[in-house]
Design a protein around this ligand. Structure first.
Ligand SMILES: Nc1ncnc2c1ncn2[C@@H]1O[C@H](COP(=O)(O)OP(=O)(O)OP(=O)(O)O)[C@@H](O)[C@H]1O
Ligand SMILES: [Mg+2]
Length: 244
Protein backbone atom coordinates (compact mmCIF):
# COMPACT_ATOMS: atom_id res chain seq x y z
CA UNK A 1 0.00 0.00 0.00
CA UNK A 2 1.10 3.55 -0.64
CA UNK A 3 0.84 6.14 2.10
CA UNK A 4 -1.35 8.38 -0.06
CA UNK A 5 -4.41 9.24 2.00
CA UNK A 6 -7.55 8.99 -0.12
CA UNK A 7 -10.84 10.71 0.65
CA UNK A 8 -13.54 8.53 2.22
CA UNK A 9 -15.77 7.04 -0.46
CA UNK A 10 -18.89 8.37 1.24
CA UNK A 11 -19.10 10.88 4.04
CA UNK A 12 -22.37 11.84 5.70
CA UNK A 13 -22.42 14.71 8.19
CA UNK A 14 -25.34 15.75 10.43
CA UNK A 15 -27.90 14.73 7.84
CA UNK A 16 -31.48 15.72 8.62
CA UNK A 17 -34.35 14.68 6.37
CA UNK A 18 -38.09 14.64 6.90
CA UNK A 19 -41.10 14.12 4.69
CA UNK A 20 -43.55 17.04 4.54
CA UNK A 21 -45.64 17.52 7.66
CA UNK A 22 -43.87 14.74 9.58
CA UNK A 23 -41.24 14.80 12.24
CA UNK A 24 -37.84 14.16 10.55
CA UNK A 25 -37.11 10.52 9.75
CA UNK A 26 -33.33 11.16 9.80
CA UNK A 27 -32.29 13.37 12.72
CA UNK A 28 -28.58 13.99 12.49
CA UNK A 29 -26.90 11.08 10.73
CA UNK A 30 -23.12 11.00 10.47
CA UNK A 31 -20.89 8.19 9.23
CA UNK A 32 -18.02 7.57 6.85
CA UNK A 33 -17.47 4.69 4.45
CA UNK A 34 -13.86 4.01 3.50
CA UNK A 35 -12.59 2.30 0.34
CA UNK A 36 -12.81 -1.47 0.66
CA UNK A 37 -15.66 -1.50 3.17
CA UNK A 38 -18.76 -3.73 2.91
CA UNK A 39 -21.33 -2.32 5.30
CA UNK A 40 -24.82 -3.35 6.39
CA UNK A 41 -27.55 -0.88 7.27
CA UNK A 42 -29.95 -2.44 9.75
CA UNK A 43 -33.08 -1.14 11.41
CA UNK A 44 -36.76 -1.84 11.88
CA UNK A 45 -39.40 -1.55 9.22
CA UNK A 46 -39.97 2.18 8.81
CA UNK A 47 -36.70 3.15 10.54
CA UNK A 48 -35.60 5.20 7.53
CA UNK A 49 -33.09 2.94 5.76
CA UNK A 50 -34.50 3.47 2.26
CA UNK A 51 -34.88 7.18 2.97
CA UNK A 52 -31.22 7.39 3.96
CA UNK A 53 -30.04 5.45 0.89
CA UNK A 54 -32.14 7.65 -1.39
CA UNK A 55 -30.50 10.72 0.16
CA UNK A 56 -27.09 9.22 -0.65
CA UNK A 57 -27.85 9.25 -4.36
CA UNK A 58 -29.67 12.56 -4.35
CA UNK A 59 -33.14 11.16 -5.02
CA UNK A 60 -34.07 12.99 -1.84
CA UNK A 61 -32.37 16.15 -0.68
CA UNK A 62 -31.63 16.68 3.01
CA UNK A 63 -33.03 19.65 4.93
CA UNK A 64 -29.61 20.11 6.50
CA UNK A 65 -26.24 18.44 6.74
CA UNK A 66 -24.15 17.22 3.85
CA UNK A 67 -23.11 14.18 1.87
CA UNK A 68 -19.79 13.81 0.10
CA UNK A 69 -19.17 11.18 -2.54
CA UNK A 70 -15.45 10.59 -3.21
CA UNK A 71 -14.75 13.95 -1.62
CA UNK A 72 -17.28 15.96 -3.65
CA UNK A 73 -20.26 17.52 -1.94
CA UNK A 74 -23.52 16.14 -3.32
CA UNK A 75 -25.45 19.02 -4.85
CA UNK A 76 -27.13 19.92 -8.13
CA UNK A 77 -23.83 20.41 -9.97
CA UNK A 78 -22.28 17.10 -8.84
CA UNK A 79 -25.39 14.93 -8.90
CA UNK A 80 -24.96 13.37 -12.33
CA UNK A 81 -21.31 12.50 -11.63
CA UNK A 82 -22.25 10.91 -8.28
CA UNK A 83 -24.99 8.89 -9.96
CA UNK A 84 -22.47 7.68 -12.51
CA UNK A 85 -20.33 6.36 -9.65
CA UNK A 86 -23.09 4.81 -7.57
CA UNK A 87 -25.09 1.78 -8.59
CA UNK A 88 -28.32 1.90 -6.64
CA UNK A 89 -30.71 -1.00 -6.42
CA UNK A 90 -34.19 0.05 -5.32
CA UNK A 91 -36.09 -1.90 -2.67
CA UNK A 92 -38.80 -2.44 -5.29
CA UNK A 93 -37.28 -3.92 -8.48
CA UNK A 94 -40.28 -2.59 -10.43
CA UNK A 95 -38.83 0.91 -9.99
CA UNK A 96 -35.78 -0.18 -11.96
CA UNK A 97 -37.18 -2.15 -14.88
CA UNK A 98 -39.24 -0.30 -17.45
CA UNK A 99 -38.09 -1.39 -20.93
CA UNK A 100 -40.03 -3.85 -23.14
CA UNK A 101 -37.53 -6.64 -22.35
CA UNK A 102 -35.09 -7.28 -19.52
CA UNK A 103 -32.25 -7.48 -22.07
CA UNK A 104 -33.02 -3.87 -22.97
CA UNK A 105 -33.32 -3.00 -19.28
CA UNK A 106 -29.80 -4.32 -18.63
CA UNK A 107 -28.44 -2.60 -21.76
CA UNK A 108 -30.18 0.69 -20.99
CA UNK A 109 -27.67 2.23 -18.55
CA UNK A 110 -24.52 1.37 -20.52
CA UNK A 111 -26.14 2.54 -23.79
CA UNK A 112 -27.06 5.77 -22.06
CA UNK A 113 -23.40 6.24 -21.12
CA UNK A 114 -22.25 5.65 -24.69
CA UNK A 115 -21.22 1.99 -24.60
CA UNK A 116 -21.56 0.63 -28.17
CA UNK A 117 -24.64 -1.59 -28.70
CA UNK A 118 -22.69 -4.80 -29.36
CA UNK A 119 -20.57 -4.38 -26.22
CA UNK A 120 -23.61 -3.44 -24.11
CA UNK A 121 -25.48 -6.48 -25.43
CA UNK A 122 -22.64 -8.90 -24.70
CA UNK A 123 -22.23 -7.46 -21.21
CA UNK A 124 -25.98 -7.69 -20.58
CA UNK A 125 -26.20 -11.30 -21.80
CA UNK A 126 -23.23 -12.29 -19.61
CA UNK A 127 -24.92 -10.73 -16.57
CA UNK A 128 -28.28 -12.28 -17.36
CA UNK A 129 -26.48 -15.61 -17.65
CA UNK A 130 -24.78 -15.04 -14.29
CA UNK A 131 -28.23 -14.64 -12.76
CA UNK A 132 -29.92 -17.51 -14.60
CA UNK A 133 -32.04 -15.23 -16.76
CA UNK A 134 -30.71 -15.69 -20.30
CA UNK A 135 -33.74 -17.70 -21.40
CA UNK A 136 -35.97 -14.81 -20.29
CA UNK A 137 -33.87 -12.10 -21.96
CA UNK A 138 -36.68 -11.18 -24.35
CA UNK A 139 -39.43 -11.15 -21.73
CA UNK A 140 -40.57 -8.05 -19.97
CA UNK A 141 -39.99 -7.72 -16.23
CA UNK A 142 -43.66 -8.16 -15.41
CA UNK A 143 -43.53 -11.65 -16.92
CA UNK A 144 -40.88 -12.69 -14.37
CA UNK A 145 -41.20 -13.90 -10.79
CA UNK A 146 -40.45 -11.48 -7.95
CA UNK A 147 -37.03 -13.05 -7.34
CA UNK A 148 -36.20 -13.04 -11.06
CA UNK A 149 -37.12 -9.34 -11.23
CA UNK A 150 -34.79 -8.69 -8.31
CA UNK A 151 -31.96 -10.49 -10.13
CA UNK A 152 -32.68 -8.61 -13.38
CA UNK A 153 -32.55 -5.31 -11.48
CA UNK A 154 -29.20 -6.32 -9.99
CA UNK A 155 -27.91 -7.22 -13.46
CA UNK A 156 -29.02 -3.79 -14.72
CA UNK A 157 -27.05 -2.10 -11.93
CA UNK A 158 -23.93 -4.20 -12.33
CA UNK A 159 -23.94 -3.56 -16.10
CA UNK A 160 -23.00 0.02 -15.26
CA UNK A 161 -19.81 -1.20 -13.53
CA UNK A 162 -20.29 1.26 -10.67
CA UNK A 163 -17.52 2.24 -8.26
CA UNK A 164 -19.96 2.17 -5.34
CA UNK A 165 -22.88 -0.18 -4.85
CA UNK A 166 -25.91 0.63 -2.69
CA UNK A 167 -28.43 -2.17 -2.37
CA UNK A 168 -31.83 -1.82 -0.70
CA UNK A 169 -33.01 -5.25 0.50
CA UNK A 170 -31.22 -7.16 -2.27
CA UNK A 171 -32.26 -10.61 -1.04
CA UNK A 172 -36.01 -9.89 -1.17
CA UNK A 173 -37.71 -12.73 -2.98
CA UNK A 174 -34.52 -14.78 -3.44
CA UNK A 175 -34.35 -18.42 -2.43
CA UNK A 176 -31.37 -19.58 -0.31
CA UNK A 177 -29.35 -20.78 -3.29
CA UNK A 178 -29.71 -17.41 -5.08
CA UNK A 179 -28.90 -15.59 -1.82
CA UNK A 180 -25.71 -17.64 -1.65
CA UNK A 181 -24.93 -16.98 -5.31
CA UNK A 182 -25.50 -13.25 -4.89
CA UNK A 183 -23.11 -13.21 -1.91
CA UNK A 184 -20.51 -14.90 -4.08
CA UNK A 185 -21.05 -12.46 -6.98
CA UNK A 186 -20.73 -9.48 -4.61
CA UNK A 187 -17.54 -10.87 -3.05
CA UNK A 188 -15.85 -10.91 -6.46
CA UNK A 189 -16.80 -7.44 -7.67
CA UNK A 190 -14.06 -4.83 -8.07
CA UNK A 191 -16.17 -2.28 -6.20
CA UNK A 192 -14.88 0.31 -3.75
CA UNK A 193 -17.74 0.32 -1.25
CA UNK A 194 -20.89 -1.75 -0.87
CA UNK A 195 -23.68 -0.55 1.43
CA UNK A 196 -26.60 -2.91 1.95
CA UNK A 197 -29.89 -2.28 3.75
CA UNK A 198 -31.24 -5.63 4.85
CA UNK A 199 -33.40 -7.48 7.34
CA UNK A 200 -31.51 -10.70 6.70
CA UNK A 201 -28.96 -10.84 9.53
CA UNK A 202 -27.61 -14.20 8.47
CA UNK A 203 -26.90 -12.98 4.95
CA UNK A 204 -25.29 -9.72 6.00
CA UNK A 205 -23.09 -11.80 8.32
CA UNK A 206 -21.72 -13.43 5.18
CA UNK A 207 -21.45 -10.32 3.01
CA UNK A 208 -20.42 -7.42 5.24
CA UNK A 209 -17.73 -6.68 7.83
CA UNK A 210 -19.35 -3.65 9.42
CA UNK A 211 -22.94 -2.95 10.45
CA UNK A 212 -24.85 0.20 11.31
CA UNK A 213 -28.16 0.20 13.19
CA UNK A 214 -30.52 3.04 12.36
CA UNK A 215 -33.08 3.73 15.09
CA UNK A 216 -34.98 6.84 16.17
CA UNK A 217 -33.49 8.73 13.25
CA UNK A 218 -29.89 8.15 14.33
CA UNK A 219 -27.07 5.68 13.79
CA UNK A 220 -27.10 4.06 17.22
CA UNK A 221 -24.64 1.25 16.56
CA UNK A 222 -21.57 1.09 14.32
CA UNK A 223 -19.71 -2.17 14.88
CA UNK A 224 -18.08 -5.11 13.20
CA UNK A 225 -20.85 -7.27 11.80
CA UNK A 226 -19.67 -10.51 13.46
CA UNK A 227 -19.24 -8.78 16.78
CA UNK A 228 -22.79 -7.37 16.58
CA UNK A 229 -24.33 -10.66 15.43
CA UNK A 230 -22.76 -12.35 18.45
CA UNK A 231 -24.27 -9.76 20.80
CA UNK A 232 -27.82 -11.05 21.16
CA UNK A 233 -28.77 -8.60 23.91
CA UNK A 234 -27.93 -5.55 21.75
CA UNK A 235 -29.85 -7.04 18.83
CA UNK A 236 -32.84 -7.69 21.11
CA UNK A 237 -32.58 -4.16 22.50
CA UNK A 238 -33.00 -2.78 18.98
CA UNK A 239 -35.78 -5.27 18.29
CA UNK A 240 -33.71 -7.23 15.79
CA UNK A 241 -34.03 -10.77 17.13
CA UNK A 242 -31.51 -12.77 15.09
CA UNK A 243 -33.52 -16.00 14.80
CA UNK A 244 -36.59 -14.45 13.26
N1 LIG B 1 -42.83 9.19 0.22
C1 LIG B 1 -43.07 9.26 1.53
N2 LIG B 1 -43.88 10.21 2.04
C2 LIG B 1 -44.10 10.30 3.36
N3 LIG B 1 -43.55 9.45 4.27
C3 LIG B 1 -42.75 8.48 3.82
C4 LIG B 1 -42.47 8.33 2.43
N4 LIG B 1 -41.62 7.29 2.27
C5 LIG B 1 -41.41 6.81 3.51
N5 LIG B 1 -42.07 7.51 4.45
C6 LIG B 1 -42.05 7.29 5.90
O1 LIG B 1 -40.70 7.45 6.35
C7 LIG B 1 -40.37 6.45 7.31
C8 LIG B 1 -39.14 5.70 6.86
O2 LIG B 1 -39.46 4.95 5.68
P1 LIG B 1 -38.35 4.09 4.94
O3 LIG B 1 -38.98 3.55 3.72
O4 LIG B 1 -37.13 4.91 4.79
O5 LIG B 1 -38.09 2.93 6.02
P2 LIG B 1 -37.20 1.61 5.89
O6 LIG B 1 -36.30 1.58 7.08
O7 LIG B 1 -36.59 1.53 4.56
O8 LIG B 1 -38.31 0.47 6.08
P3 LIG B 1 -38.40 -1.02 5.44
O9 LIG B 1 -37.58 -1.90 6.34
O10 LIG B 1 -39.86 -1.32 5.53
O11 LIG B 1 -37.91 -0.96 4.05
C9 LIG B 1 -41.62 5.59 7.49
O12 LIG B 1 -42.29 6.02 8.64
C10 LIG B 1 -42.43 5.87 6.25
O13 LIG B 1 -43.80 5.77 6.53
MG1 LIG C 1 -36.75 0.25 3.02
Amino acid sequence: MTNLKSAPTIEVKDLVFGYPEQKPVLRGISFTLQPGERVALLGLTGAGKSTLLENLIGLKMPQSGEIRVQGKKLEEATLSQARRQIGFCFQDANDQLFMPTILEDVMFGPRNYGVPPGVARDRALALLDEFGLVEFANRSAHELSGGQRRLAALAAILALEPAILILDEPTNGLDPSWRRHLASVLSQLPIEVILIASHNLNWIGKTTQRALILADGEIKIDRQTQDLLGDKSTLEYYNLPPDW
